[in-house]
Structures are given as C-alpha cells and as structure tokens.
Design a binder for this molecule. Structure first.
Ligand SMILES: C[S@@+](CC[C@H](N)C(=O)[O-])C[C@H]1O[C@@H](n2cnc3c(N)ncnc32)[C@H](O)[C@@H]1O
Length: 230
C-alpha cells in the first residue's frame, strides 16, 4: 500500500503522465500535439496499457510518432512513465482515464493508430458491453481514428478473439482485415506486432498462443449494435 501511495505521489509530478487534477488533463482534447508533444506527428494510442511496456517500446522504435498509453490504474502506469523518463523519451505520454470516455480526451480523427492489448476478456454475457471490442467502443474508435488509421488487437483469449472477429464480419464496416490465431507462427509477425506487453510475456511463458488482428474502418457506416455471443 505504501508503495502504491508513493507511486501516486510520484505521478503527481511526472510531466508525461496526465491525470485528473493536473491543468493539462482537462484541455487535451484536440490539443495533444500542440500542447503535449509540441509537434505534428501521428498519434498512436494504446488502450489498457497497464505497465506501459508496449507504449514505451513503440515510442522508442518509432521516434517519428507520438505514443499515448491509456489506463485507469495510475500505479501501473507509473512503471511506464518512470521508464520513459529514465530513457529520455519525449514522444510518449500516459493518460489516466476511463476508456469508456475516450472521446472526452481525443477529437474526431485525432488518432492515427489504436492498439488494444490483452484487455480483460469479460466472458459473462451481461458484461459484453464492457469489452473493449464491443460495438459501442468500436464506434468510438472509428470516430476518433483518421480515415486511414489502423486498429491492432492482441489477446490470448480465444472467446474474446472469436467474438471480435464475428463482430467485424457482421456489419461493423471494416477493410484490410487480417488475423492470426498464432502470431508467433504467422506472416503477420513484424517488429511492431512482436513487441510484447507484460501480460503477453506471462501468457507466452505459460504456452498460450497469441491471437492478433488488424483492420481499418470503412468510412461512413456506423457499427451495428448487435451483441455477438462469445
Ligand atoms: C489485463 S490488463 C492488460 C495490461 C496490458 N495491456 C498488458 O498486456 O500487459 C488490462 C488493463 O486494462 C485496464 N482497463 C480495463 N478497462 C479499462 C477502462 N475502461 N479504462 C481504462 N483502463 C482499463 C486495466 O486497468 C488493466 O491495466
């Protein structure tokens, strides 16, 4: 508990971590590049970034892009925020916020790429709306992504993966969809898709196969609000 409190105290003075109470927090919508990064580079957003390993690795491997990790748990993001500071990375930031309210922090078309990494599977049918790949979330991502923007999704959970694939083939309106149920034996494995999060490393150590998909949205058509059963 003391460690967690210390992390919250540290977060309060971390420049790369935005959270309620900090002046920049309430004004980021539409202003990430102008106010936070001071340049005009593409924004990459990782949803549910946890300890921030991927956000930091993406920032390090793509100095020409700005990366933002989003999570509601500040004590976890402390790890990524501190690591980014120690590495001198100026193109990564962390946002403590609820992903259900993503449109309070990003404007239409402001995001260039979205990563959804090992989200909670929420297997109960009554929790389907809370899955980060449910139609209401997908609709928000579509609104906030640039027309040519990509969504990239990784999970170890077969049911969540199949649920997501079924939705994408069912009126959501996507293009360029590619997927694999075993990323590390697939041509979809790239330097980028092979960057690992903390949960991913754990799952791989247990022998799990990593499911991965990527797609772009068709412009226009909104995602249909059907709820596919797992
Ligand atoms: C299973 S962990 C995965 C963390 C990280 N992506 C990884 O692979 O190591 C899921 C993360 O999503 C975050 N999360 C879940 N729902 C969220 C929400 N609605 N808003 C913000 N963060 C959320 C949790 O706090 C947690 O850190």
């Amino acid at each position: 508990m003391r460690r967690k409190l210390q992390r919250f105290l540290d977060n309060a003075s971390q420049r790369n971590l935005l959270e309620p109470g900090k002046p920049a927090f309430d004004n980021v919508l539409g202003n990430w590049n102008r106010d936070i990064f001071g340049n005009d580079r593409q924004l990459v957003v990782e949803l549910g970034c946890g300890y921030g390993e991927l956000a930091v690795a993406l920032a390090e491997s793509s100095p020409n892009r700005n990366v933002i990790g989003v999570d509601k748990r500040g004590a976890r993001m402390w790890v990524g925020s501190s690591d980014a500071t120690a590495r001198g990375l100026v193109n990564v930031a962390f946002l403590r916020a609820d992903i259900a309210e993503l449109d309070r922090y990003f404007g239409p078309g402001e995001i260039g790429e979205i990563w959804i990494t090992f989200p909670d599977p929420r297997p109960k049918h009554r929790d389907a709306r809370r899955r980060l790949t449910s139609p209401r979330f997908l609709n928000t991502y579509k609104q906030l992504l640039r027309g040519d923007g990509w969504v990239r999704f990784k999970t170890d959970d077969a049911e969540l993966f199949d649920y997501t694939l079924a939705l994408l083939g069912n009126g959501i309106g996507v293009r360029s969809l590619a997927y694999t149920k075993d990323l590390y034996h697939s041509p979809l494995l790239t330097e980028q898709s092979g960057l690992q999060t903390r949960y991913e490393t754990r799952f791989l150590e247990r022998g799990a196969s990593i499911k991965y998909l990527e797609f772009q949205f068709h412009s226009g058509r909104p995602a249909r609000h059907t709820t596919a059963r797992p």
